[in-house]
Design a protein around this ligand. Sequence first.
Ligand SMILES: CC(C)(COP(=O)(O)OP(=O)(O)OC[C@H]1O[C@@H](n2cnc3c(N)ncnc32)[C@H](O)[C@@H]1OP(=O)(O)O)[C@@H](O)C(=O)NCCC(=O)NCCS
Length: 166
Amino acid sequence: MVTDLLRPLTEEDLPLLTGDDVGFDYFGPRAPRLSVPAPDLNDQGGFAVVDVSGRLVGSVSWVWQRWGPNVQSRNPMIGIWLSAPARGRGLGTTAQRQLVDLFFRHTAVNRVEAHTDVENIAEQRALEKVGFTREGTTRGAQWRDGGYRDGHLYSILRNEWQTATA
Ligand SMILES: CC(C)(COP(=O)(O)OP(=O)(O)OC[C@H]1O[C@@H](n2cnc3c(N)ncnc32)[C@H](O)[C@@H]1OP(=O)(O)O)[C@@H](O)C(=O)NCCC(=O)NCCS
């Protein structure tokens, strides 16, 4: 499961995952990670994002959503954080494109989702450049920093990914 930007986390990466500074993915103090999540696309987990010189500049992650009671109706929702110096260089777009590619190549999911704050223009643009479609606004869905926040829900379907990569 190695791509140009994504690789499994190691114990040495943990202190470098410093978290958010702009608020879009800050959900309050959390216990330090004590172990490295297994890089299993069929379970919860995460990958570190590294640049070409092998320096960790952020991470991608996912949780599983379910739109019906059967396993076929579940799909991953992806997330990303890049350190401030790494932003605005195309890495967020490329890393999320590579994560989407991993899911469609190595699992049978039909749909990959993403969700971001209505004010997070950089993430909205990155997702649209990957090929995600904005499906709607999730009103008051996310609790962050003392208030419920509106977000935009995005998805990309397997046939759209196949067309984009043909
Ligand atoms: C959101 C994030 C992943 C985007 O990745 P990135 O590498 O910075 O973005 P890219 O360089 O790939 O740029 C993607 C698009 O967004 C635009 N963009 C980048 N930063 C922007 C900003 N601050 N404001 C508006 N647009 C911005 C780029 O211009 C580009 O669009 P374009 O090609 O039409 O010009 C990254 O900035 C980040 O980690 N931010 C902090 C954490 C966060 O918000 N995570 C997501 C939580 S849902």
